[in-house]
Design a protein around this ligand. Structure first.
Ligand code: F6R
Length: 246
């Protein structure tokens, strides 16, 4: 596991965006696993800027997002589909972009369809944020490390973390679709980005304590190619000897 620490949120976003841009240059038909959330906004802004200034061509690349709220159609402004269109997909020319269908009539069948499609495509690189409770995707604490894509109930901690993003907090869905931890771990490379002081304690737990289902992100200790990109605030509780580059 490499841990890269940058001075600011923006510097961390720029570093991670550069990793994605280089991945595309090395493999124009790469399959990207993508994430949403506040951490990713400056990262996607930077990736769009690099795409424009360096003429990045995504026309052979595909993407699969980690998760989507259940009950929201992609046309809903609060859906992760809408987030992705706004922050990335409307600005770069991906061949194909995929998210779970939040309003699929049969949730179990939709989860299986999505998991099968990811498996068939093979993720080259998976981008992750980390929840205040250590979740990755919407894999909440105590999720099995070999879990697959499925329909899940969100925890109170996650509802609290995200409901401020809804005009009426009570409108935040209580269920979602998420790639499983086992699904995520099959990506060839994983990039986790953590910024801000709300992530300091949980990032240290994920990295320093033995991997445990109590902290889903700690599973990354078991993956052969992980880069954690953090700002100084998020990395504040990680001792210097664990840091690859500061
Ligand atoms: C988003 C996702 C979540 C977020 C995490 C951090 O697709 O899967 O796991 O990455 O909740 O969210 P922010 O960046 O808003 O702190």
């Amino acid at each position: 596991m490499k841990i890269i620490v940058k001075n600011s949120k923006l510097e961390a976003a720029k570093y991670a965006a550069r990793l994605l841009a280089e991945e595309l240059k090395a493999k124009p038909d790469a399959v990207f696993g993508l994430a949403t959330g506040r951490t990713m906004e400056p990262l996607y802004a930077e990736l769009c800027a690099i795409a424009e200034s360096e003429n990045l061509d995504f026309s052979r690349a595909r993407s699969f997002n980690l998760d989507e709220y259940a009950g929201l159609p992609g046309s809903d402004v609060n859906s992760y589909r809408a987030y992705m269109q706004m922050h990335l997909f409307d600005h770069v020319n991906f061949k194909e972009t995929n998210l779970p269908d939040g309003v699929a009539p049969d949730a179990e069948a939709e989860a299986k369809r999505y998991d099968d499609a990811i498996k068939a495509a093979g993720l080259d690189v998976q981008l992750l944020g980390i929840g205040n409770n250590g979740h990755i995707g919407f894999n909440e604490p105590e999720t099995a490390f070999d879990s697959r894509t499925r329909h899940v109930k969100l925890t109170e901690a996650t509802i609290e973390q995200n409901q401020g993003l809804f005009p009426k907090p009570e409108d935040m869905p209580r269920y979602a679709f998420t790639m499983g931890i086992g699904t995520i771990m099959e990506a060839k490379k994983i990039i986790l980005v953590a910024t801000g002081s709300a992530k300091t304690g949980i990032l240290a737990e994920a990295v320093l304590k033995p991997a445990s289902e109590h902290v889903p992100a700690s599973v990354l200790q078991n993956h052969a190619d992980v880069v954690i990109v953090a700002d100084k605030e998020a990395a504040a509780a990680i001792p210097a000897e664990y840091i690859t580059e500061a």
